[in-house]
Every structure is written in C-alpha cells, then in structure tokens.
Design a protein around this ligand. Structure first.
Ligand SMILES: *Cc1c(COP(=O)(O)O)cnc(C)c1O
Length: 421
C-alpha cells in the first residue's frame, strides 16, 4: 500500500499549499472513535473532522441510507424536481430547534453558505443593511463570511476587500474581560452597537452561542439572552450560528437551549450530515417566507444523498441518545483534566465540546508555543487533537459522541501525559 510519506510527496506537487492539514497521516478507514491511516497506525479521534462525525465515522445507519439513496437517484436539484428527503430534513430542523413559533427551513451545502443565506434572509425581511458580529467570531471563508469572521490569520490575510456593513461588538469572554457579568458584557456590546451602528440600521445580530474557532468561548450567563432581547426590542433578527455547537454536541440538540434562547434563525451544518456535506437555515416562518420564490437555493443544496445521510444521522442521535452521551463525555473529560499544574487558565465548554486555554504561569498571557508543542506531543502519541483561539492558545476536544469509554480514556491519558511534560 502507498505510505503516508509517498502520498504527502504527491500532495505537495498537486495540492495547493493554501489548503493545510493538521497531521500528515493519510486516512485509510475510520469508525467510531478511531481513524486508521494508510501505514496501519490507529489514531484516537478527538476532532471528529471538526465536529462533523458526531454519530461516528461511517455510522451504520448513515452508510445504509447513503447506499440505498445512491441506487435510487443521485441528483435532480430540488429547484428542478423535488423529493421527499429534503422536506423531511426541513421537518426535522423545525422539530429539533428551539422556538415554539411557526418555522420554515432551507438547505445548503456548507456552513458558510448557510450563514450567507441567513444574512440574505434577515436583510431581505428587515430591509436593513447592517450585520453585527462579535470579537473572536468565526463564520466561514467566503467573502461575506470572512468579513463576519474576526481573526486575520489565516482566514482573512490579504483576501480583502471584504463585504461592507459588518460591525463588530465586544464578546463576553469571562477569562479575558475582567470577569464582567453576562449583563455587564451585554451592556458593553449594546453600547457599541447603539453608538456605532444604530438600532434601526441593524438587520441581524449573528453569534455563536459557544464560539468554535475563536476558542470555545462560553459567554457569561445572561449575555446571550440580553443580546437576543436587545435584537427583539430593536426589530433586528437574532441569528444563532450553531454550525459547530449543533446536533447534540454540547449535550442538547442545540446550544441555544442551555439558556432557553429561541433564536429567530439558526444556521446548522457540520454534525448534521453524519459526514456528508449539508447545511441549513431554520427559523421564523415570517422571515424565511419573506423572500420571493427563487431568491434562495443552489444547484446542490439539500442533495438527496446528503439528505438521506442527515436523516440517518439524526435518527442515530435519537436512538443512541447522543445528547446524554455528550454530557457524559464532557463530565469524564472535565474530571480527567483537573490538577494539571501551572499554565492552565481554564478548562471550559459544554458537553463534548471541551477546551483548555494555556497561559504563561502567573497571569493570563496566552501561551501559543506550549499549545503547539502539547498538540504535537498528542499527535506523536496517536491522539488527534485540534487547537483554536484568537491567540492560538486553546486545545479543543471534539470526540465523536459514540467514542467508547476505553478510547476516550486512552485519549485522555495521552493528553494528560502531554500536558505534564
Ligand atoms: C465551521 C463553521 C462555519 C463554516 O462552515 P463550513 O462548512 O466550513 O463553511 C461557520 N460557523 C461556525 C460556527 C463554524 O464552526
């Protein structure tokens, strides 16, 4: 068999350098909590392909549903000749997301595309231009979503000019904002919005209920409800970007539920498709239906194979009660990650979305160097971990929600050893 080393040589001559990889091990197969590379080495997976394979890799129901759908038809384009599974996925989004009001949904291919469409819908429905986003936010890599994303390197550097009418407000980041309460942090953000943008100009306030790429930042309690209440009072659409937090990852179907939020619109992707590319926007019927027929769509959005996979993934989440599994994984991780000595400012997150923020001893100065070396030590020992954070000093863990106790335990042992050296 071709080795990872050989494949990497071919890659360097064929694949654009701008596309990076966390490790240079090339995958042969993957199931549940492990990935086996072409050299026969087994990795414990604490990444889930960035919070995608919540139901595990090649989950049995997903494989079966995809196989059956491929044999029936592969593509007609829902805008040309529609089919049941697209409707069924929209029904699931409506049922599973918080909000007791009447809803509609639409399907797309990627998270960035879902965010773009949520903004299109909010602008169309309100007739207003401005979109408010937050420090440390990540919303994607297309032109509009780069503008919405906070961090320059690697996402935005030299890729401008960016889309206009995007305004950034300060986030609640308890470790780094001097311990502002949720209400105080919200007041600070609202003050910026009112002074620099003006309530009547705001089409949408867009926020990740727990920030993903930005560092698994969990805002102080009360921050999100206060921002949502401001949006409501000012006629702006409150959009929760649940692309990373959604589909059982945080111990609820959607992270908005932890603070009883009922966002006007929710964007979903990642965990939704069990590994196939699919995304959605779901929310208030009067907003979603404000757009003229033909105003939303795309060639592949809600492709039948991806829809079949999404329905199977959702069924798996229900059947295996992966919300409970996520809570249990989170509790195990938090317990294993205590007493790790100096340089750890915080272990935070919800459910199976847990991170460690590393700092220089004695303060909260970010320690990106140690973060990179701990990450490398994990990789050398066969544990696939990711980093994140505006300052590059956060180790984040996103195991598949079906990971076995023994794989989870082995992964945590590797992680603890890497943190101790
Ligand atoms: C990953 C992510 C996106 C972008 O999704 P893509 O499918 O990569 O386009 C947007 N928002 C959040 C919160 C994400 O984590």
């Amino acid at each position: 068999m071709t080795s990872s080393e050989d494949l990497h040589k071919r890659r360097l001559a064929a694949v654009a350098k701008g596309v990076g990889s966390v490790v240079n091990a090339y995958v042969d197969h993957a199931h549940n909590g492990t990935i086996t590379d072409v050299d026969g080495r087994e990795w414990i997976d604490f990444a889930s392909g960035i919070a995608v394979t919540n139901v595990g890799n090649a989950a049995p129901r997903v494989v079966e549903a995809v196989r059956a759908q491929v044999e029936r038809f592969t593509h007609t384009c829902f805008m040309v000749a529609p089919y049941e599974s697209y409707v069924a996925v929209c029904e699931q989004l409506i049922t599973l997301t918080p909000g007791s009001f009447e809803k509609r949904a639409a399907l797309f291919n990627s998270g960035a595309e879902a965010v773009e469409n949520a903004v299109k819908i909010a602008r169309h429905a309100t007739g207003r231009p401005a979109v408010v986003v937050f420090d440390h936010a990540y919303h994607g890599r297309t032109n509009l979503t780069m503008a919405l994303t906070a961090k320059n390197m690697p996402y935005k550097h030299r890729f401008g000019p960016f889309a206009p009418e995007v305004y950034r407000a300060p986030m609640s980041y308890p470790l780094r904002d001097g311990g502002l309460s949720g209400a105080e942090a919200a007041r600070r953000a609202i003050d910026v919005i009112e002074k620099q943008v003006g309530g009547p100009n705001v089409a949408a306030v867009l926020i990740e209920p727990i920030q993903g790429e930005g560092g698994f930042v969990v805002p102080a309690p009360g921050f999100l409800p206060a921002i949502a209440a401001w949006a409501k009072a000012n006629g702006a659409v409150f959009i929760a970007d649940e692309i990373q937090t959604g589909f059982a990852r945080t111990g609820q179907w959607f992270a908005s539920e932890h603070e009883a939020l009922e966002p006007d619109l929710i964007t979903t992707a990642k965990g939704m498709g069990g590994g196939l590319p699919i995304a959605g926007v779901v929310g208030r019927a009067e907003l979603m239906d404000a757009v003229h027929a033909g105003g939303l769509g795309g060639t592949y959005g809600g492709n039948p194979i991806a829809c079949a996979a999404a329905l199977a993934a959702i069924e798996t989440m229900r059947e295996l009660d992966l919300c409970s599994a996520a809570r249990k994984i989170g509790a195990t991780m938090e317990e294993a990650l205590t007493d790790l000595g100096e340089g750890i400012a915080e272990v935070r997150g919800r459910g199976a979305m847990i991170a460690i923020e590393l700092v220089l001893p004695g303060g909260i100065e970010p320690d990106a160097t140690r973060t990179a070396s701990v990450s490398k030590a994990c990789h050398d020992a066969g544990l696939l971990t990711l980093t994140c954070g505006t300052y590059g000093n956060v180790l984040r863990f996103l195991p598949p929600l079906v990971i076995s106790d023994s794989d989870l335990g082995r992964g945590l042992d590797i992680l603890r050893a890497a943190l101790r050296t």
